[in-house]
Write a protein that binds this ligand. Structure first.
Ligand SMILES: Cc1cc2nc3c(=O)[nH]c(=O)nc-3n(C[C@H](O)[C@H](O)[C@H](O)COP(=O)(O)OP(=O)(O)OC[C@H]3O[C@@H](n4cnc5c(N)ncnc54)[C@H](O)[C@@H]3O)c2cc1C
Length: 317
């Protein structure tokens, strides 16, 4: 974990206030165990909430104690700093990671934001639900997918979402319709500091066998074209309008570019790999080198899809 000390330690009073509301905090939690890139330093505090009440309690205590809270989904779109995360890192479990059918013909589901999309897709397969293929191949949670408006070749999160129940900083619970969230390419307008607790999703009618076949073909194609042997966060950059980030990175001659143990994948230039033992700093340096080089050669600013998380204040480019 690199021996970093917390710049703003989680105070005992804050931990006790959380414990009094049923939320146990684990100090100095190694986040590299939770991040797909397998890098990142410690969280000052780490907690799992299992119900809406606990999530509300965290947001109330956080506002009262000026505690920064970072919600972690499956860590599949995050570069966590080697210095770790100051404040509390929160994961949604228990009732906030469950999937419930709301009507007789399973047209509507209520799904916890901590629920994994891979499980959602396999459950769709099993029950013959269609419409949720928008999540196929995305290794995140529903909360992360809403935050990112994640999508692959079979559609985007926005197409399956009815509304999302969100806990604002301070503890107010509000439901936002999909239109209110103004979701577009890999973005969603959630209020600052808010956390999605659960959401209603809609399934569609149609032929379940055709759905299963579509998903199978799609996943096979992805497996063949993506470098899945080493940890990555999938596509590092958004595609610029009318072009592909991967095409530009490859044309800039960056495939195979390596710094430390971080590498631009040979198989798919928009993927950055941890070959084993890379640091978050190595990965960030590679990412910024890609941005600089593509800008110098083609005048295009590549926008990151991957989020930087944690304390980057002492980072040296
Ligand atoms: C091999 C691979 C392939 C991928 N392919 C795709 C793809 O095809 N399409 C695609 O869109 N993405 C893809 N991704 C990226 C990633 O899986 C998605 O962005 C996913 O939606 C992230 O979900 P997560 O739960 O892992 O979120 P995290 O990475 O944990 O978090 C991402 C952001 O969402 C926020 N967040 C998480 N949960 C909540 C919540 N409950 N409330 C509010 N904010 C929240 C976090 O704070 C963070 O800012 C891929 C990643 C990998 C590793």
């Amino acid at each position: 974990m690199g021996g970093y000390r917390s710049a703003v330690p989680l105070s005992r009073a804050t931990s006790e206030a959380l414990a009094a509301r049923g939320v146990a905090v684990e100090p100095d939690f190694d986040l590299s165990t939770r991040a797909w890139w397998r890098v990142g330093g410690p969280a000052d505090g780490f907690a799992t909430v299992s119900s809406l009440d606990e999530l509300v309690a965290v947001q109330e205590v956080a506002a009262a104690h000026d505690l920064p809270v970072f919600v972690l989904g499956n860590g599949s779109n995050l570069l966590v700093s080697d210095a770790g995360v100051r404040g509390l890192v929160l994961v949604l479990g228990g009732a906030l990671a469950e999937c419930e059918v709301l009507d007789d013909d399973a047209r509507e589901l209520r799904v916890g934001a901590g629920f994994k999309l891979t499980v959602l897709v396999s459950r769709s397969h099993r029950h013959g639900w269609t419409g949720l293929e928008v999540f196929a191949g995305i290794p995140g949670t529903l909360g992360g997918a809403i935050r990112m408006n994640a999508g692959a070749g079979l559609g985007e999160t926005v197409e399956a979402l009815v509304d999302a129940e969100v806990v604002l900083r301070g503890g107010e619970v509000r439901t936002f319709t999909v239109d209110e969230l103004r979701m577009s390419y890999r973005t969603c307008h959630l209020p600052e500091g808010s956390i999605v607790a659960r959401a209603r999703l809609k399934t569609r009618g149609g032929d379940p066998d055709a759905f299963r076949e579509r998903v199978k073909t799609f996943l096979e194609r992805r497996k063949a074209t993506q470098p899945l042997k080493f940890p990555s966060c999938g596509s590092t950059f958004r595609n610029p309008p009318g072009d592909y980030a991967g095409r530009l990175i490859e044309a800039a001659g960056l495939k195979g570019y390596t710094l430390g143990q971080a590498q631009v994948a040979e198989k798919h230039a928009n993927f950055v790999l941890n070959l084993g033992g890379a640091t978050a700093s190595d990965l960030r340096r590679v990412i910024e080198h890609m941005q600089r080089t593509v800008h110098e050669q083609f005048g295009v600013e590549l926008e990151r899809e991957v989020h930087y998380a944690g304390d980057w204040s002492g980072w040296q480019p």
